[in-house]
Structure formats: C-alpha cells, structure tokens
Design a protein around this ligand. Sequence first.
Ligand code: ADP
Ligand code: MG
Length: 251
Amino acid sequence: MSSLEIKNLHVSTGDKEIVKGVTLTINTGEIHAIMGPNGTGKSTMAKAIAGHPDYVITEGDVLIDGKSILEMESDERAREGIFLAFQYPSEIPGVSIANFMRAAIQARMGEGEEIDASGYYKRLYQKMDLLKIDRKFTSRSVNEGFSGGEKKRSEILQMAMLEPRFALMDETDSGLDIDALKVVSDGVNQLRGPNLGILLITHYQRLLGYIVPDHVHVMIDGRIVKSGDKSLALELESRGYDWVKQEFANA
Ligand code: ADP
Ligand code: MG
C-alpha cells in the first residue's frame, strides 16, 4: 500500500492565499471526494500537488510514502505516480493522441528503456474499447475540436495508460451529459483497485452516485471543514453548503 499525505498545505497564487491548511491522507485503494462551492481552492490544491508552476506552496508538505515531493518538478512527481486530470483539458494541435500518450509513457521510463510499439498499441486499443472511444480518435490531435465529453474521456484514457498510483480528478464530471458521465464513471470504476488512490473533485453529488467514494470532504474557503462518508454527499445535495459553513463558523 502507498499513501499520499497532504499536511497542513497552504497554497498561494500571486500574493493571494487560496488553500489555507489542508490535511488529508489518501491511501491506494481509497477514493476520496472533495466537494465544495466554486472558488474555494479545489483546483488550486490539485494543481499545486501536481507541481503546477503558478501555484506556490508556502507552508506544509505533500509526501508519497513518507517522502516529500515538494522539491520535485511535475514530471518527477508524475514518475512518482501522481496524475492530474484537468478540469479544463488543453488542446494540443498537431499532436495525435497516439503519439502524445506514447511520448508520455516513454518520458516516464528509465534511460535506455524503449517502449514496445506493438504492446503499446494493443494496450491503447484495449483501454479505448473500455472507454468507448472510437479507434479513429488515435490519429486526431489531442482534444482539438473534442466535445466536453470526449475531452474528459481522453483524460481518463491517459490515466488508464499511465497507471498512476494517485489520480487527482478535477471535476471530471463537468460538461458531461448522462451517457458520457456513465462511460467515464465506468472507466474510473474499472481502474479503481488496490493499487490506485483517487482524489475526486466534484461540485455535484451526481458523479458520486456512479463512483462511490470511501470518504467525502467539504472544502470551503481553502479549508476542509467537514469530512464524512458517502452519506455526507447526499446531505450536501439536499441541503446545500450553507449549513456546513454555519457549523464551521460556530465551532
Ligand atoms: P475551485 O476549483 O474550488 O472552484 P479554484 O482553485 O479554481 O477554485 O480557485 C480558487 C480561487 O483562486 C479563486 O478565487 C480563483 O479566482 C483564484 N485563482 C485560481 N487560479 C488563479 C490564478 N492562476 N491566478 C489568480 N487567481 C487564481
Ligand atoms: Mg475547480
């Protein structure tokens, strides 16, 4: 078992503190959902953990199996097993999905190691079938002209191919219609297992009906103000976030 430990994490962008002391441990085999209103720092936290240069960690630590990753560049963090599925995936014109993914896998291999081409395509097609992605997409440029649902599926495809230990999934459900949501959820549920820990960031409880989390945390104004099990997500759905804010303010 591996663990991703987030300890008293403070993150700033510009001169503004956005994440104000989050502590959370995710073990492989677990799914943690983070819910919260827009603008509370969920994406900021995920991007800071992945090593995005715009987000500065001013205090606290992030450790994998007890080893701090803060001094690592984002590619080293990826090699340690961190994967971030973006809320707003970028388009990369001119780079096909097949080549992009191959480069990503190659980049993670040791020096002198070479990807096995036939094995690679076999695996790629298996995962694409799993995610109901048409084969013709392999030659299309990454995310270029993709619908919202296709972009999200392409993020999950990357995740399936890279086999991370810890996946940070940032609003993977946003912009999906119900069919796409089911495909994406099925994909995540297939990938779910003892060797993968997932941090699932979502605004709505809808996704959590398909991907059932082990733990649910509520983030408000840069802090986790409440944690519980999957029933907390249902309570938030019916009661909104204000009562949690009140409870936190009165505590
Ligand atoms: P959430 O994902 O919970 O909706 P975000 O982490 O995206 O929240 O944003 C939290 C706050 O940080 C917002 O006020 C947002 O405007 C601000 N913020 C996020 N990224 C940047 C950035 N690159 N530059 C300036 N402000 C940012
Ligand atoms: Mg966000």
